[in-house]
Design a protein around this ligand. Structure first.
Ligand SMILES: NC(=O)c1ccc[n+]([C@@H]2O[C@H](COP(=O)([O-])OP(=O)(O)OC[C@H]3O[C@@H](n4cnc5c(N)ncnc54)[C@H](O)[C@@H]3O)[C@@H](O)[C@H]2O)c1
Length: 371
């Protein structure tokens, strides 16, 4: 198979779909890999590394898209890339089609086989290609929060871990899923007093087993959240109700009772945020203050650490990619029902129920089109 790796052109996107290690494994399996020049440079992978790994470097994005049987990306294509769609092309990337009817139309019209990272499931029912970005964002949330707690950045002027004789900062984490657990790990590692709130008591039991008595756990209700946000120096939002907008657990009134110079990092902002005063920000202008409380609400936090994020993402995507290349899309999808859940478009048919429902279109089950 010819596998194409174009350079990402979406604003502020520095990740790349395949690393030099991936190119080497694909080449060893007998595939040809076309990599657009500079595709990995912002992630710390220069062209020479790709070339040494066996890639053919190509200066023209159109050539990469045009010659490849399968194109591997990170972000959903943007409009200037729609012209490259053609019948039979396999596109393996994050697609997030639900809010993008125009992109959906183009993929269907051109009969592209669109396999979306975000809907692939593993045998436990988890979303293995979303998880690495939540791990990155969760760990990063404490690092970012610690930095905004510095006086110069508008914060309280508190060192997260304190020092002997001076108490540490108090970190409150909403949601004990992937983001929350990773945030807790780093906050505890810094030596901060750390409280985690979740609505799922079994999850709180698991977290207590993982972290022992060092982590304070609390059941999620507005009384506990009001109390903990008043006390906290850093609040991290990591709740998720799958397929829905995030619940506004921290109200405007709660924010107004927080300490002046306290910091909120609302990681859940990509689902609308779990703090009433949170609104989406970008890496070029990441923070603002409401009632003296610093808000950091960047929707693509992993973009700030593209080297780690690319490695984390491709560690998870690559085994699927290799199977798609070795078996061909139809066979690979047939062999793995979890990968087949990633199929969103196939020969002009919309095959993912969630997207079909949100766009009020007909859905053809993936299993029937690849049979
Ligand atoms: N901003 C970014 O760059 C970025 C990056 C990665 C993930 N995210 C987002 O972070 C959010 C969390 O992702 P995740 O992978 O940790 O999800 P997850 O499903 O692993 O965890 C969500 C947790 O929220 C808990 N929860 C649900 N309702 C709650 C409530 N009312 N009170 C307290 N807890 C509640 C659930 O029980 C679960 O433990 C998602 O919206 C995800 O899209 C954002």
């Amino acid at each position: 198979m010819i596998v194409g790796v174009p350079k990402e052109i979406k604003d502020n996107e520095a990740r790349v779909g395949v690393t030099p290690a991936g190119v080497k494994a694909l080449s060893e399996a007998g595939h040809t890999v076309l990599v657009e020049t500079q595709a990995g440079s912002l992630s710390g992978f220069p062209d020479a590394e790709y070339q040494n790994a066996g890639a053919e470097m190509v200066g023209d994005a159109g050539y990469v898209w045009g010659k490849s049987d399968m194109v591997v990306k990170v972000k959903e294509p943007i409009e200037s890339e729609y012209t490259y769609f053609r019948e039979g092309l396999v596109l393996f990337t994050y697609l997030h089609l639900a809010p993008l009817p125009n992109l959906t139309n183009k993929l269907l019209e051109a009969k592209v086989a669109g396999v979306a990272y975000e809907t692939v499931r593993d045998r436990f029912g988890n979303l293995p290609l979303l998880m690495p970005m939540s791990e990155v964002a969760g760990r990063m949330s404490v690092q970012v929060g610690a930095s905004y707690l510095e006086k110069e950045r508008g914060g309280l002027g508190i060192l997260l871990g304190g020092v002997p004789g001076v108490p540490p900062a108090h970190v409150a984490i909403l949601g004990g899923g992937v983001v929350g657990t990773n945030a807790a790990r780093i906050a505890l590692g810094f030596g901060a007093k750390t409280t985690l709130i979740d609505v799922n008591l079994n999850r709180l039991r698991e977290l207590e087993d993982i972290f022992g008595g060092r982590l304070y756990t609390l059941a999620s209700n507005s009384y506990n959240i009001a109390h903990v946000t008043r006390e906290a120096d850093l609040v991290i939002g990591g709740v998720l109700i799958p397929g829905a907008t995030a619940p506004k657990l921290v109200t405007r009134a709660m924010v107004s009772h927080m300490k002046q110079g306290a910091v909120i990092v609302d990681v859940a902002i990509d689902q609308g945020g779990c703090v009433e005063t949170a609104k989406p920000t970008s890496h070029s202008n990441p923070s603002y203050k409401v009632d003296g409380v610093v808000h950091y609400c960047v929707t693509n936090m992993p973009g700030a650490v593209p080297h780690t994020s690319t490695l984390a993402l491709t560690n998870s995507t690559f085994p699927y990619l290799l199977r798609l290349a070795n078996l061909g899309a139809r066979e690979a999808l047939r062999h793995d029902p979890g990968l087949a859940e990633g199929l969103n478009t196939w020969e002009g048919k919309l095959t993912y129920r969630g997207v079909a429902e949100s766009q009020q279109r007909e859905c053809t089950p993936a299993a029937s089109v690849i049979a």
